[in-house]
Design a protein around this ligand. Sequence first.
Ligand SMILES: Cc1cc2nc3c(=O)[nH]c(=O)nc-3n(C[C@H](O)[C@H](O)[C@H](O)COP(=O)(O)OP(=O)(O)OC[C@H]3O[C@@H](n4cnc5c(N)ncnc54)[C@H](O)[C@@H]3O)c2cc1C
Length: 359
Amino acid sequence: MIIAGAGLAGLVAAARARELGASPRLVEKGDRVGGSMVLSSGVIWRHRRFEDFRCECPGGDEALQRLVWERLDEGLAWLRELGAPVVWEETGNPLTTGLRFEPRGLTLALLGAAELNVDGCTVAEAGEPIILATGGFAASSGLIAEHIKPASPLRLRGNRWSEGDGLRLALARGAATTAGLDEFYGRAMPSAEWGEAEFVSASALFGRFARIFASDGTEFMKADEVWWSEANLAQAIARQPGATAYFVLDAAGLAGRVREQTVGGMVTAMPAAARVDLADLPFPVPAGAVAAVKVVAAITHTVGGVRIDTQARVLDREGTPIPGLYAAGVDAGGIATGGYASGLAQALVLGLVAAESAA
Ligand SMILES: Cc1cc2nc3c(=O)[nH]c(=O)nc-3n(C[C@H](O)[C@H](O)[C@H](O)COP(=O)(O)OP(=O)(O)OC[C@H]3O[C@@H](n4cnc5c(N)ncnc54)[C@H](O)[C@@H]3O)c2cc1C
């Protein structure tokens, strides 16, 4: 068995396959293991009520959503048993339940359980099952232009190696794709320099407290239209000139709270290059404005991808499983279509399921 990609889905699949007596070969393209998972906040969660999951991701495949929702708690218990370090026992969001792990410790626990070394070989032997876990195509500007069609290239807020290799391999074998290829999960980030170390801390996760303008002065989204995850705001910014926007705040907006931080504190902590003097706004200053920041749309991972069934088998356009081909994590699309759900939960559950099917 070959597993392509040593992010969460691939590491889970490798550890589970080993547990089931298989000897998987894990292939990693990058210069480290852990994928985007090791850069993440590590919160693996599900909605408390399945109806809320459906309601928040209405375009997703219901059978796959139910699979992730039903098997997540068992998956979390399995990670704990492997010794993955839990740092929070809850998510901090009353609508959801889950655990927060320390991502590097989670990676090491999975590598230990898999008892393997990452293999540089990419050639599958004839008939050998392949599990695609390459993390989607957030790092491919070409595939983003083709499917997501942003107004300008998107900044990357995820690992550098998820360039759509799993999607390409599956398509070459006749795979079908899912709804949501034009969607992505991302964040508004400062219009300034930032790198991997700032992916979490620099996120401008306060659009719902602001008035939101494009550079031509169009107020393209109202604060009350912004989801709690703000994923729809990042997608809307991607479609504005330059894939940029201005968040303009009044005094009440600055007093808003995002967990333990005030919005005012978050604005002050933003890089100077992203804080805009009101006099420098490229449109008339809105009434009551006291602060403004310039943000860009950044992509963390894609939403659409390869179509699979509830055994993580990749399906062709007739809905028939393609022999020996499985997909897990972001490579398997169509679960959070139309909304936002935990990418780590999808990777954990589908990694388990893919290994069980392939082993
Ligand atoms: C800053 C940040 C914060 C986040 N916070 C959360 C959170 O709190 N909760 C949550 O649920 N999600 C969060 N996410 C999203 C989460 O990290 C992803 O959904 C998850 O990592 C996806 O798992 P994956 O295994 O599908 O892909 P990844 O973890 O990205 O792994 C894909 C792997 O495949 C490798 N690869 C690519 N192409 C090839 C190839 N051809 N051959 C071999 N290997 C290849 C890549 O190098 C990578 O190692 C966050 C992400 C980021 C970046």
